[in-house]
Design a binder for this molecule. Structure first.
Ligand code: AMP
Length: 217
């Protein structure tokens, strides 16, 4: 199964990806997590991406497309879930081209739809694990121990780009550059619009219902 998860920042892509991966054993490929790891490692790519990420702008397509093609080439036969990629129509077209070379295609696109106001609330309360990338929320998705990651015990942080000012720019970038990707896929693939304004467990049921139907078809 090859899945793309689309949605504005804060629509819950990361949270839902973890659940999809747990259920179907797919590889979770988050472009944002890969970029943050590159930055932490001080790589050339990480350095080039830094200023774009901190401002809430998109990292240039050519860097992202190469980075993700490399990650996808290492995915297991069972498949993968893409989270945060593609974020431009050009990235989506490049992804299709590179999958086509190995006779593959994206099977399903889940479009997580949510209001801007909910996005702002979710993101300002969001806390992330700097080690494993797990995402929590101070009210809606608390870790077992306050401020500490359930998986590895690392101290949770607020990502600098989750500040209200940067969130506003990330949303603007989303509407200008990423929303058109939904239409791109509506012309090429199966797209399911999911109401992602609900509680994370309700959204999970909606998502898994669609995917279970696809798997058993
Ligand atoms: P995320 O964790 O997915 O919200 O990504 C954090 C930041 O990484 C974004 O605000 C962008 O600066 C950058 N980024 C992640 N994925 C992409 C992508 N597909 N294209 C361009 N920039 C990206």
């Amino acid at each position: 199964m090859r899945i793309v998860l689309l949605g504005a920042p804060g629509s819950g892509k990361g949270t839902q990806c973890k659940r999809i991966v747990d259920r179907y054993g797919l590889l979770h490929l988050s472009s944002g997590d890969i970029l943050r790891k590159e930055r932490a490692a001080g790589s050339e790519l990480g350095k080039k991406a830094e200023s774009f990420m901190d401002a809430g702008d998109l990292v240039p397509d050519e860097l992202i497309v190469e980075m993700m093609a490399d990650a996808i080439s290492k995915a297991p036969e069972v498949g993968f879930v893409l989270d945060g990629f593609p974020r431009t129509v050009n990235q989506a077209a490049e992804l299709d081209k590179s999958l086509d070379l190995s006779g593959q295609k994206i099977n399903v696109v889940l479009n997580l739809m949510v209001d801007d106001q909910i996005v702002a609330e979710r993101m300002s309360g969001r806390r992330s694990c700097p080690q494993c990338g797990a995402v929590y929320h101070i009210k809606n998705l608390k870790p077992k121990v306050d401020g500490v990651c359930d998986n590895d015990g690392a101290e949770l942080i607020q990502r600098p780009d989750d500040s209200l000012e940067v969130v506003a720019n990330r949303l603007k970038t989303y509407y200008e550059q990423t929303e058109p990707v939904v239409d791109y896929y509506k012309n090429n693939s199966t797209v399911y619009d999911i109401d992602a304004g609900k509680d994370a467990d309700v959204v999970k049921s909606l998502v898994l219902e669609k995917l279970d139907a696809l798997v058993s078809a």
